[in-house]
Design a binder for this molecule. Structure first.
Ligand SMILES: Nc1nc2c(ncn2[C@@H]2O[C@H](COP(=O)(O)OP(=O)(O)O)[C@@H](O)[C@H]2O)c(=O)[nH]1
Ligand SMILES: [Mg+2]
Length: 302
């Protein structure tokens, strides 16, 4: 809770106590009637006074209910990069009974993962639907992330892609086939370059600094950069629309495009002594590529 909210509550409480004390002192035997009238006035006044800080108060109360034992993962990346697809593919496959709770800007997924025959672990993952970095950086919900001084996040996954999502004239998202047809009639290299620039605008040095300073605690052990949609780039390579330098793979191609971002995230991790930083090329639609990532995160959790 911020200082303004605390100060408002403090001043309000002191004022009420003083007024009630004065009522007792002045009215003596008819105190009860006066206090009742006073409370009738105070309740709506309190509503008005606390309205500007209501979100703060609610969020702070939520912070007391954060589950400190669960393994918490947050996924950060530009709209369309595959956050929701990644979570749905990875986690609903581990446990189809994944529990999803939604707020205005966040979806929270909760489930149990069986780590060994005897040992299972509660996992919670946050996907921010609103897509604005400020929703995580400035308004990280305390129910999931814990209080600012006691953050509970265990893993931060950055996600980027090389191919943007695209909608048709009816506002429907193009499926892979239609997307590839559109790419091939456009200039696929230019589309890829533009998309990469968009990710650099979204995950830049400034955002990284703000993000880590908002979410970091010594519980944050793992950071990964996931380069998504390699299946689509593979198809473009196979069909001759993207040419790789001889002997290189789509993974190497993707990694090279995000070299500076990798350097920036790596440096941020080094400064915070987060040893587990890795870069992976994935296709969020393919479950086989995701399960090792989840196992790896869980293995490094302690
Ligand atoms: N071909 C392909 N499409 C993907 C992949 N990951 C996500 N998509 C598609 O990209 C679009 C945006 O994905 P979504 O998960 O909604 O992105 P979010 O905005 O980051 O949550 C959807 O149409 C997904 O089907 C992938 O690995 N391969
Ligand atoms: Mg989404």
């Amino acid at each position: 809770m911020n200082k303004k909210a605390l100060l408002t509550i403090f001043i309000f409480a002191i004022t009420i106590i003083l007024i009630i004390w004065c009522i007792f002192a002045v009215f003596g035997s008819s105190t009860e009637a006066v206090v009742s009238i006073f409370i009738l006035i105070v309740v709506p006044v309190a509503g008005l006074v606390f309205r500007p800080i209501r979100d703060d108060i609610e969020s702070s109360i939520d912070g007391f209910f954060t589950s400190e034992n669960a393994y918490k993962i947050c996924i950060f990346g530009r709209s369309g990069s595959g956050k929701t697809t990644f979570i749905e593919t990875a986690f609903t496959l581990i446990n189809p009974n994944t529990d999803r709770k939604s707020t205005l800007f966040f979806d929270y997924y909760q489930f149990k993962a069986q780590v060994t025959l005897k040992d299972s672990i509660d996992i919670e993952i946050a996907d921010y639907r609103g897509q604005n970095p400020s929703q995580i950086i400035l308004k990280a919900p305390e129910k999931f992330f814990g209080f600012e001084e006691n953050r509970q996040l265990n893993a931060l996954l950055f996600i980027v892609d090389l191919i943007p999502k695209r909608k048709d004239e009816y506002d429907h998202i193009l499926n892979d086939e239609a997307l590839l047809t559109w790419l091939k009639t456009d200039d696929p290299i230019e589309v890829i370059e533009k998309r990469i620039r968009e990710h650099y605008e979204y995950i830049n040095e400034g955002v990284l600094e703000l993000l880590f300073s908002s979410l970091y605690s010594d519980k944050l052990k793992s950071v990964k950069l996931l380069i998504n949609k390699t299946d689509l780039v593979n198809k473009l390579v196979d069909d001759g629309y993207v040419t790789l330098t001889s002997g290189s793979t789509v993974e190497e191609y993707a990694r090279k495009r995000f070299q500076l971002m990798i350097k920036n995230i790596s440096r941020a991790c080094q400064e915070l002594e987060i040893d587990d930083f890795s870069v992976l090329s994935i296709s969020a639609k393919k479950p086989g590529t995701l399960n090792p990532i989840i196992s790896d995160l869980l293995n490094k959790r302690s």
